[in-house]
Ligand binder design. Structure first.
Ligand code: NAG
Ligand code: NAG
Length: 199
């Protein structure tokens, strides 16, 4: 595997390529002769996401899956649309810090520090406000307005990964035993069965 550098005016572009099929971070490197402008391009991020779902939000990721040229570059982004009172549920990115800008509406955002104190750091953001979610911490956003809200987030990895807490714990495949979860959450198996039926 080699990294190719292109100098274009003031712009230095490096990207991942190789002579044979090699995978980096699970994504194929390209033969530099086969690299096309489309490897660095995506259209359509002005289009709102469909928020008609139980949580009332939609994330449109722009990562190495959509833009192959991002591989190894350590950056990606996403557009997040929120219906009124829509939530982007508690989740974490194992490989990325996230920086969010509200471009429409207002959002209540927050993250929780580690088990040392499990402190909630939270704020209501208005259009133009910027907020940081440190790598690996559980975080969330909610639209607190009566209009749609839109945020653009940047992430410090081309492949940030995402673990949504409720989906992982209550929606695993196969299910975690309900009595095990009941003891973990200090509740009864009926409550766990009900939660598992939602995810
Ligand atoms: C949005 O998603 C809902 C639920 O999946 C679906 O019924 C609806 O047709 C979608 N709307 C658009 C504009 O795609
Ligand atoms: C990257 O994009 C893929 C394909 O759309 C998506 O499944 C994945 O969740 C995205 N990763 C993140 C961290 O958003």
């Amino acid at each position: 595997m080699y990294v190719l550098s292109l100098v274009d005016g003031n712009l230095l572009v490096t990207f991942c390529f190789c002579m044979v099929a090699v995978m980096v971070n699970g994504f194929a490197c390209k033969d530099p002769k086969a690299v096309q402008v489309t490897d660095f391009f995506l259209a359509g991020l002005h289009m709102p996401g469909n928020t008609s779902n139980p949580v009332g939000s939609q994330v449109k990721p722009v990562n190495v899956s959509q833009i192959p040229g991002l591989n190894t570059l350590g950056i990606s982004l996403a557009r997040i649309d929120f219906a009124p009172w829509g939530v982007n549920p508690q989740h974490m990115h194992p490989r990325a810090t996230e920086i969010l800008t509200v471009i429409e509406g207002s959002l209540e955002v927050g993250f929780i520090t580690s088990n040392l104190e499990n402190r909630l750091i939270t704020k209501v953001l208005q259009k133009g406000d910027v907020f940081v979610f440190p790598v690996n911490l559980v975080h969330f956003q909610r639209n607190t307005g009566s209009c749609n809200a839109v945020a653009i987030v940047a992430l410090s990895s081309q492949n940030p990964g995402v673990i949504t807490i409720a989906n992982a714990v209550f929606g695993s495949n196969p299910d975690i035993a309900n009595d095990l979860l009941a003891k973990s959450f200090q509740t009864d198996t009926k409550t766990i069965d009900w939660l598992q039926s939602k995810f």
